[in-house]
Design a protein around this ligand. Structure first.
Ligand code: PEP
Length: 248
């Protein structure tokens, strides 16, 4: 079983979201896999209500505020996202961290906010090229993970992790299956220490960063890779369909 997730980023207005679901063909492979789409917030309701969306394709929000409500112009709460059809929440995507200055502390607060509304957090971690070249991959991703884990109340709480090396996102440069397996192994070991062997084994760790139909199968076959988080290739129903099938 694998998790195939698509992050549409700031693409796909409501009408395009509807068109995606009428073109996205999935077959029985999905029975063993989980498919998630993270539309932009403005398209979440359209995606949720779209009759062409197979209900097994679940939806998530790309970002939430850490407060439940209040004077935060332009922000969206986890409660609003849940009531609009989200079951999952991306937290700490590198674009949020890099472009909007999101800190590890804020990521932890957002994980807690998502869980208060029964949204399943997909916690994103990943190093920059500079950090990788300085040999700091484990240090960086474990620091990011530890902050987020502080908001996980007990080992029964479901959450996912997405390892997304920043240098691989939207660049066409993909981590090798060996790179991915190494980072995922590091994350899994930390999970074992933090929440125990059983919970760590069932926590899905997704790889993200320039996943395409041509490389999805080899990445999905790598040790400790339980799924993929796809950005650019997820807005094309044919490409995302091919990636979904690669998980079969
Ligand atoms: C992402 O946005 O999470 C991502 C991995 O993007 P891309 O697949 O385009 O690199």
């Amino acid at each position: 079983m694998a998790v195939i997730a698509g992050n549409w980023k700031m693409h796909m207005a409501p009408e395009e979201a509807r068109a995606f679901f009428s073109a996205y063909e999935i077959d029985e492979i999905i029975a063993d896999n989980e498919v998630l789409i993270f539309p932009p917030t403005i398209s979440l309701v359209a995606a949720y209500k779209c009759e062409d969306r197979d209900p097994r394709v679940q939806l998530g929000i790309q970002n939430v505020h850490w407060e439940d409500c209040g004077a935060f112009t332009g922000e969206i709460s986890a409660e609003m996202a849940a009531s609009a059809g989200a079951s999952y929440a991306l937290v700490g995507h590198s674009e949020r961290r890099q472009l909007f200055g999101e800190t590890d502390e804020q990521v932890a607060l957002k994980v807690a906010a998502a869980l208060r509304q029964d949204l399943i957090p997909v916690i994103c971690v990943g190093e920059t090229l500079e950090e990788r070249e300085a040999g700091r991959v484990s240090e960086v991703i474990l620091r990011q993970l530890d902050f987020a884990l502080a908001s996980i109340p007990d080992p029964e709480t479901r959450f996912l992790i997405a390892y997304e090396p920043v240098w691989a996102i939207g660049t066409g440069k993909t981590a090798t299956p060996m790179d991915a397996a190494g980072a995922h192994g590091t994350l899994r070991n930390r999970l074992e220490q933090a929440i125990g062997m059983t919970a760590a084994a069932r926590t899905e760790i997704l790889y993200g960063g320039s996943v395409q139909p041509r490389n999805a199968a080899e990445l999905l076959a790598a040790q400790d890779v339980d799924g993929v988080l796809v950005g650019g290739a997820s807005v094309n129903p044919q490409s995302f369909g091919d990636i979904t099938r690669a998980a079969g």
